[in-house]
Design a protein around this ligand. Structure first.
Ligand SMILES: [Mn+2]
Length: 347
């Protein structure tokens, strides 16, 4: 085991010359950012310079907090001239994941997504791992590099994020990496990063939600009107689930000319995906898992006279009546129009 890890490290190190400029290109999320930081650390003293370039604009508040608090140096890919670099590294991604990745001819690929068959001069793809950060932690250990606080914190946060606190695909190697990092990471700082899921401008939606919320037994409904991103519906739906007597939380908003309805349920006797599909599947895309689901309905499809998307109260009443109605709508094409008419209102 140990010798295999050492061998991989030597193979990896062999790809680089001291004069090389190395470009690590990522689609920035916690795992990609932490993995790129680890590559940069591994190449210290082994390459002339390492630049981390992000393809996507980082917008999630927690990812922005990670970059700020861990002082990660990222350069937007648009500002990069790839031809100025001798080596290209992909972490937490494979060429077919993005046309720009494919165009770059990577020298090194390290990833944990399902193997797409891509091969570079050095390729290490381990789909059984929960995070690329776990793979890079093994490289650091093989290189006998003890990660500094910020790097350890980034890798720790990445493993927690990608495995959703070990509730998703997790290998024993992820747990080993986590255990190793746990002692070296700044845990309060990592908590601060994962907590930072709000934007200041989201607070006004909390106000709308709290003022306009309706309760039907163990269900909470809120309609937020026009929202800058459906993310805020998700945040508020999750927020209502924190009330111990609530077993359903249904929060909607209008974004990109669509009515977006987010469903959260305790998943015990309820199935959010099934409810979303039953009540909204005939109007747009709808579905999900037992505990979380969403429906997205183009406003152009909503020709129901009982609904006025410009009137938040009527929109909320329409959503409630559609969900609270006892029998699911029939889905035959002839029943489509009939199904769009809500049952008598529940007061
Ligand atoms: Mn990942």
């Amino acid at each position: 085991m140990r010798s295999k890890r050492a061998q991989r490290l030597i193979e990896f190190q062999r790809q680089f010359q001291p004069a090389d400029g190395v470009l690590v290109v990522i689609s920035a999320d916690p795992d990609a950012i932490a993995s790129a930081m680890a590559v940069s650390r591994l190449l210290r003293g082994r390459a002339h310079r390492v630049v981390i370039a992000n393809l996507n604009q980082i917008s999630r508040p927690d990812n922005l907090a990670m970059v700020r608090l861990l002082q990660v140096r990222l350069t937007p890919f648009a500002e990069i001239r790839p031809q100025e670099y001798q080596k290209i590294v992909l972490v937490d991604a494979q060429p077919s994941h993005h046309e720009i990745f494919a165009s770059l001819k990577a020298d090194v690929i390290i990833d944990h997504h399902p193997d797409t068959g891509a091969r570079a001069p050095f390729t290490d793809i381990r789909p059984q791992y929960g995070a690329t950060a776990s793979i890079l932690t093994e490289y650091l250990r093989a290189a006998r590099i003890v990660p500094a606080r910020r790097l350890a914190t980034a890798l720790y946060h990445a493993i927690k994020t990608d495995t959703d606190d070990f509730k998703r695909q997790t290998a024993v190697e992820d747990l080993q990496a986590f255990q190793y990092l746990f002692r070296r990471a700044n845990i309060p700082l990592a908590r601060r990063i994962s907590q930072a899921d709000l934007r200041l401008e989201y607070l006004k939606y909390f106000k709308i939600a709290l003022q306009g919320m309706r309760r039907r037994r163990n269900r909470v409904f809120a309609h937020l009107g026009p929202v800058s991103s459906p993310d805020v519906c998700v945040i508020i739906a999750d927020f209502f689930m924190r009330i111990h007597t609530v077993s359903w939380s249904i929060v909607s908003g209008v974004c990109d000319r669509r009515l977006v309805v987010i469903f959260r349920s305790d998943g015990i006797r309820n199935h959010a995906g099934r409810l979303a599909q039953e009540r909204f599947g005939s109007l747009g895309s709808a579905g999900g898992h037992a505990a979380m689901a969403r429906a997205e309905i183009p406003l152009a499809e909503l020709r129901d006279p009982a609904l006025d998307p410009k009137d938040p109260r009527r929109t909320l009443a329409w959503i409630i009546s559609r969900i609270e109605r006892r029998r699911p709508p029939r889905t035959s094409p002839g029943a489509r129009e009939a199904a769009a008419v809500p049952a008598p209102s529940h007061g």
